[in-house]
Design a binder for this molecule. Structure first.
Ligand SMILES: Cc1ncc(COP(=O)(O)O)c(C=O)c1O
Length: 417
């Protein structure tokens, strides 16, 4: 079913809702322009956010700040619930709007709270047996990884950790480093679509083909690409795709996504059992039966998807790559900086990770925050010690220039411990 906001709004009695009107106005204002360096266009976009004017927020990879229209949609929905006029969830519309932005079949979408919950549904829902192997990598986030640690421990299966080259030179090298660990006992491969450590795009489609040929399940931790890159889940491939729209899709905190491909909608065991869990005619929707939940986040998700559509997927991707490129080129020009993100544009998106010789990233993080209210992420996991910076649609070139100045002086003079 095609997503049609006008129909959705009329179902809800939309005349009293403020956010659809605000989105219409936004869509008109954003109809033209939007080249990656069209600063008038992008400063208008920046004006749609509640970010304090002086904050340089470069940590979208952890949590995306919602634009005003999303916050309003959540508040309006919550107000309706509080006035005991619960509008409910227009499931068909949420699914259709999601499919319109990230591809896939609308009926395959489930909306848990985050990637962690989505991946838990997958890991707990498969019948792993003693001796089965689950292959993953040394660049996975706990959100995508721990569900497999739990499932393998409980089922006496084995978790196999492939080591990824860093920085990677090409997709073949990345695919081979995972595939080298596959054996006849492998039941599942679980990798990130884009690693949280270095922002490396993994060759998921190539792995999907190899897994399909070998009868292995591919579960993808897609916390980052939706909302950052113009993806189509049908092309990405794999069996399951878990994501967190509260990152790059700028949806409310606590909004997750799980895409279940057709072959699994009737086969995966539900982790949460509510009415209908065993009604196979419901397909993937069985997993949306979670008991009473915060429905306002789904109203916010709809507004966020609309906001992204108003800007346009291609314009978003081109802009976030443009900003990351400026940042990355600047970083590579600073003596003492080593970049852990691949050089090849095809292997990355809007995140870049690096280290400065002789400077602890945690000290650098504190220094940047004090000096110019810069928000960053330190990748302390696995002992890597990189700093990661993310660029999104609300960032402007002045953010990048200021941070590069601070990093150049940190590389030259050090930072207070
Ligand atoms: C690659 C990756 N997977 C999973 C997660 C966990 O996301 P959530 O906390 O939304 O479950 C993150 C969070 O940063 C991540 O970067």
């Amino acid at each position: 079913m095609r997503w049609d906001r006008r129909r959705f709004v009329s179902v809800l009695g939309g005349a009293s809702l403020a956010w659809p009107g605000a989105l219409d106005a936004l869509a008109r204002d954003l109809a033209s322009g939007g080249a990656p360096d069209d600063e008038a266009f992008w400063s208008f976009v920046r004006g749609q956010f509640l970010l304090p004017p002086d904050r340089i927020y470069l940590n979208n990879g952890t949590l995306g700040p919602s634009p005003r229209v999303v916050v309003d949609a959540v508040a309006e929905h919550a107000r309706r619930v509080a006035s005991t006029f619960p509008p409910g969830v227009a499931w068909d519309d949420v699914k259709a709007a999601t499919a319109a932005l990230v591809g896939g079949e609308p009926e395959g979408f489930v909306f848990p709270r985050n990637t962690t919950e989505a991946m838990s549904f997958v890991a707990n829902g498969l019948d792993l047996r003693p001796g089965d192997e689950v292959v993953t990598t040394d660049h996975e986030h706990i959100g995508g990884l721990e569900p497999w640690k739990l499932a393998t421990k409980r089922r006496e299966a084995r978790l196999i950790v492939a080591s990824l080259p860093t920085p990677a030179r090409d997709a073949g090298e990345l695919a081979d480093s995972v595939w080298r660990r596959v054996t006849p006992a492998t039941r599942v491969v679980c990798v990130s679509h884009m690693t949280f450590t270095t922002g490396t795009l993994m060759p998921v489609s190539a792995l999907a083909r190899r897994c399909a040929d070998a009868g292995i399940v591919l579960a993808v931790d897609g916390a980052h690409p939706p909302g950052m890159l113009g993806i189509d889940l049908a092309e990405v491939g794999g069996d399951f795709y878990a994501s967190s729209p509260h990152k790059w899709l700028l949806a409310p905190q606590g909004t997750g996504l799980l895409y279940i491909t057709r072959a699994w909608r009737e086969r995966l065991w539900p982790t949460l059992a509510s009415g209908g869990w065993d009604d196979l005619s419901l397909g993937a929707h069985r997993f949306n039966h979670m008991g009473t939940m915060d429905e306002s986040r789904l109203a916010g998700l709809l507004a966020a998807l609309e906001f992204m559509q108003a800007i346009g997927r291609d314009r978003v991707e081109a802009r976030v790559r443009y900003l990351r490129d400026t940042l990355e080129q600047g970083l590579r020009a600073i003596p003492g900086v080593s970049v852990a993100t691949p050089a090849d544009e095809a292997l990355k998106g809007a995140m870049v990770s690096f280290a400065i010789d002789g400077v602890e990233s945690a000290d650098l993080q504190r220094h940047l925050s004090r000096a110019a209210d810069v928000r960053t992420r330190v990748i302390g996991e696995y002992g890597y010690g990189w700093m990661r910076l993310s660029t999104h649609v609300y960032n402007v070139p002045a953010d990048v220039e200021r941070v590069l100045e601070l990093l150049a002086s940190a590389a030259r003079d050090g930072v207070p411990a």
